[in-house]
Write a protein that binds this ligand. Sequence first.
Ligand code: G
Ligand code: G
Ligand code: MN
Ligand code: NA
Length: 257
Amino acid sequence: LLLENDLRQALPRQQFRLVFQPQVDARSQKIIGAEALLRWQHPQRGELTPERFMQVLEESGLIQEVGLWVLRNACQACAWFLDEALIEPDNFHLCVNISPRQFRHYDFVEDVENCLKASALPAQTLKLEITEGVAIRNIEDTIHKMQRLKRIGVAFAMDDFGTGYSSLTYLKRLPVDTLKIDQSFIHDALLNSNDGAIVRAIIAMAHSLGLQTIAEGVEETEQLDFLQQEGCHLYQGYLFSRAIPPEDFHALLTATN
Ligand code: G
Ligand code: G
Ligand code: MN
Ligand code: NA
C-alpha cells in the first residue's frame, strides 16, 4: 500500500525515466534495436527496477497511465535517433514491454496508433514485447488486437520465452515475429546441458516456424559463440551494453553505427 501511494505520485513528480538496452546483430556487431526499460527514482529508496513495482502497477490499474507514458516517451526518443539519421526505419526496432493488463485495455490499439502519430515514428520501427500472460484470459481478443497492429506494420516479440506458463498453443496461434529466449536459459547454457539443449531446441523451433530469435542476458563471448553456432543472430546483454539513458544511446549510435 505504501508503494502504491508513492507510485501514484511518481508520474506527476516526474520520477520515471527510460533507459535503452541495445540489441545487436552478432555478426556485424551493429545495433539493430533497443529495448526500452522503465526506472523509478524513488525519493527515499533510490532507483527501483520494475521487478519491485510492476505488480503494484498492474494490480492498482496505474499501469494504464504509466504504460502509455512509457510508449509515448520511448517512441519520442526513437524518433529523435531517426531524425538524426542514426538509424534507419527498416533496419531498427524499438522494443517496448507491454503488460497484460495494458494490452487488454479496450483502447490499447488506439493508444499505440496515437503514440506513433504524435512522435512521427514509422509503425514498422515499433516492436511490442508481450508475454503469454496477455492471452490467458481471451486469446481471440488478443489475436484480433495483434492483427490490427500488425496490419499497420507493428511487430511483436514473445518475451521471457520458456518461462512462466509457456504453452506452445500460444506460440501456434499468436502472430508473433520474434522469440526472446529468456536469460535464465542463456545464463547456464554452457554449464548445464539441459539449458543448452533447451536453447538449441528453441532456436531450431523458431527457425521452423519462421520466427526470429533474440537471446537475452548474454554476458560472455562463449555464450555468444554458442548462440551464433546454433543460428541465433541477435543478442542483448551486458557483453555488449547495459541499458543506458537516451543521450548515451544517441552517443553509442553515433560512435558505432
Ligand atoms: O531492466 P530490467 O530490470 O528493467 O526489467 C525487469 C523486468 O521488467 C523485465 O522483465 C521487463 O520486461 C520489465 N519491464 C521493464 N520496463 C517495463 C515497462 O515499461 N513495462 C512493462 N510492462 N514491463 C517492463
Ligand atoms: O523484458 P525483461 O525481462 O526481459 O528485461 C530484461 C531484463 O534483463 C532487465 O532487467 C535488464 O536489466 C536485464 N538484463 C539485461 N541484460 C542482462 C545481462 O546481460 N545479464 C543480466 N543478469 N541481466 C540483464
Ligand atoms: Mn522485455
Ligand atoms: Na525478457
